[in-house]
Design a binder for this molecule. Structure first.
Ligand SMILES: [Zn+2]
Ligand SMILES: [Zn+2]
Length: 142
């Protein structure tokens, strides 16, 4: 979301405009890759904000709940957050350098979900799909 739209969007939804909230949304607006809570906190502290862990934790939970940010789990025990406005995509996580790329899956995941849903009599609402491997740079350097 663009900077000038953030406050308007919060107002429109009837949410409080706090310094932390706006700073977080601005950060997410910069199109950054999924970052952990700690990484996000460090970035905000660097920009001069004084923040404790609880505030960040609560605020991220709030923003995720309200659909501003989305959470990913790469199976390393850390939740990662990024802007929801990027649209649905998956990640390519490099096991060597930790680089996180993004990819939109071109195949029809929806039809896979439908097939599974029918076969298992299960109503699928969402899925998590991430890819782990070695990025192009690391392949070159090997
Ligand atoms: Zn790599
Ligand atoms: Zn992403």
């Amino acid at each position: 979301m663009e900077d000038n739209k953030i406050e308007a969007e919060l107002k429109r939804k009837g949410f409080k405009i706090t310094k932390t909230r706006v700073s977080l949304l601005k950060l997410f607006g910069k199109n950054f890759p999924p970052f952990s809570q700690k990484e996000i906190r460090n970035k905000l502290i660097k920009s001069g904000l004084v923040l404790n862990k609880t505030t960040i934790y609560r605020e991220l939970a709030f923003l995720a709940n309200e659909g501003f940010v989305s959470e990913s789990d790469f199976g390393d025990g850390k939740k990662r957050y990024e802007s929801s406005f990027k649209g649905h995509h998956h990640h390519l996580i490099c096991k060597e350098c930790g680089d996180i790329g993004e990819v939109v899956v071109k195949g029809d995941l929806k039809s896979i979900e439908n097939e599974i849903g029918k076969r298992k009599k299960f109503e699928i609402k969402s899925h998590i799909l991430e890819f782990f491997g070695i990025c192009g740079k690391c392949i070159k350097n090997n």
